[in-house]
Design a protein around this ligand. Structure first.
Ligand code: GAP
Length: 432
């Protein structure tokens, strides 16, 4: 049985150390979350898979890590100072605040009170750089990583010698003062993005836009999301930003309904042209083939690392009836599983303990492994199933005689006997 309500996931995430409420001992900080020991591994695996598949495995991509604080002029040029806002309404009675486009009734959805007229609310977090808090020292926490890429376009072009089409990718924190954060880690005020700006000749943009839509949609499937829980939704004309020629969302069927995981947009030459206009710098591209000079178009696949992690967690969740009641198992794709293997000595006594510890020392050099000698083997399996560990290895008395161990698969629960010398190779071959 899959997880069809968010509470099941929130409670597993807390119980098994995936995700905790931020500042919990002080009563919690609304919309902020901390990744615990397994959560940090899971999210890192999601980001590493994205980086490997979109950057390291491709000849046409390079990476970047730009700063979170950037010149405020960037946000004026990009339109974020002027336009990055949501319409906000307040309830005059209970004082709750809502996004106007999320409220379908004339009255407050909480108490039925009278609502104010919508007002525009800028979503950027403002701060001050340096010792004096004055207008001249205003800085913003970036609301997207994308602009760090655009303003470095020339630097990357001249230093990487990449020819169009090529992309620049970046993973990093972004901040938005969302009016109505919620649904666990789905909409938060601090989150991580995984963004690509793929630069191309204007006449190639349409074809590459279609390519990236399909490529990004397939990536989630390749990493194990069930196809029936994913859809690719093209934006209607009236949803499109004025500069975009096309935009589509990869949506996941969260327990609260299909919602955006990632957006893919054909942003034309809008961003680079805005930065040319505001900075006075030449950000055009010189084509070495015909010496033509132009401002490239850009295709932007923009994903959220927290949303993707949440979707992978929800999709992996399964409850199966078994002889002891219910087996809770996270059927993660092996690449994403936080811990790849667990090693159990049948008894915590010599010589089994030493044999298992030696295997642990060898294996941990290759992938994250746990060592567990507490409780029955059945209980130890259940603990690992609940965090999605693909392989459990039991060391028993035969191991001492014939140097073999039992390796049990999380999904099939089948067990095989293999030589202890083959364990690392066996697991490594399944993690690619
Ligand atoms: N540069 C384009 C851009 O930032 P976006 O649709 O605003 O586009 C891209 O954001 C992705 O970032 C979203 O699809 C989502 O996965 C993630 N994201 C945006 N706002 C978020 C929030 N408040 N909490 C968590 N993730 C968020």
């Amino acid at each position: 049985m899959a997880a069809n309500d968010m509470n099941t996931i929130v409670s597993l995430a807390k119980r098994r150390g995936f995700i905790f409420q931020s500042s919990e001992i002080y009563g919690g900080l609304n919309s902020c979350w901390d990744y615990g020991p397994y959560g940090v591994l899971l999210k890192k695996n999601v980001k590493d898979a994205w980086w490997k598949d979109n950057v390291l495995s491709r000849k046409d991509m390079v990476g970047l890590d730009s700063s979170i604080l950037m010149s405020p002029k960037i946000w004026e040029a990009s339109g974020h100072v002027g336009n990055f806002s949501d319409p906000m309404i307040d309830c005059k009675q209970c004082k709750l605040r809502f996004r106007a486009d999320h409220v379908e009734t004339e009255k407050c959805p909480e108490c039925g009170g009278e609502l104010t007229e919508p007002r525009q609310f800028n979503l950027m977090f403002k701060t001050f750089m340096g010792p004096v808090e004055e207008a001249g020292s205003v800085a913003y926490l970036r609301p997207e990583t994308a602009q760090g890429i655009f303003v470095n376009f020339k630097n990357v072009c001249t230093t990487s010698r990449k020819k169009l089409p090529f992309g620049i990718a970046q993973i990093g924190k972004s901040f938005r003062n969302e009016i109505t954060p919620g649904n666990f880690t789905f909409r938060t005020r601090e989150f991580e993005q995984m963004e690509i700006e793929y630069f191309c000749k204007p006449d190639e943009a349409e074809k590459l836009y279609e390519y990236w839509k399909n490529e990004r949609f397939d990536w989630y499937k390749r990493l194990g999301i069930k196809p029936e829980n994913l859809r690719l939704r093209d934006h209607d004309k009236d949803e499109l930003a004025h500069y975009a020629l096309g935009c589509a969302d990869v949506e996941y069927k969260f327990p609260f309904g299909f919602s955006e995981l990632e957006g893919i947009a054909n942003r034309t030459d809008y961003d680079l042209k805005k930065h040319i206009e505001h900075s006075g710098k030449d950000l055009s591209y010189m084509d070495p083939q015909d010496n033509s000079k132009f401002v490239p178009f850009v295709i932007e696949p923009s994903a959220g690392a927290d949303r993707a992690t949440l979707a992978f967690l929800i999709d992996a969740y399964n409850e199966e009836p078994d002889k002891d009641g219910t087996r809770v198992v996270l059927n993660f794709n092996y690449r994403l599983a936080p811990v790849k293997a667990a090693i159990f000595p049948l008894m915590k006594k010599p010589p089994l303990k030493e044999f298992a510890e030696k295997l642990f020392e060898d294996a941990v050099k290759h992938f994250p492994v746990e060592y567990d000698e507490v409780g029955s083997i059945g209980k130890r399996y259940r603990r690992q199933d609940e965090i999605g560990t693909p392989f459990c290895i039991t060391v028993d008395f035969d191991s001492i005689e014939d140097n073999s161990v039992t390796i049990r698969n999380r999904d099939t629960m089948e067990q095989e006997r293999i030589s202890v010398d083959a364990v690392i190779e066996y697991i490594n071959s399944k993690l690619v």
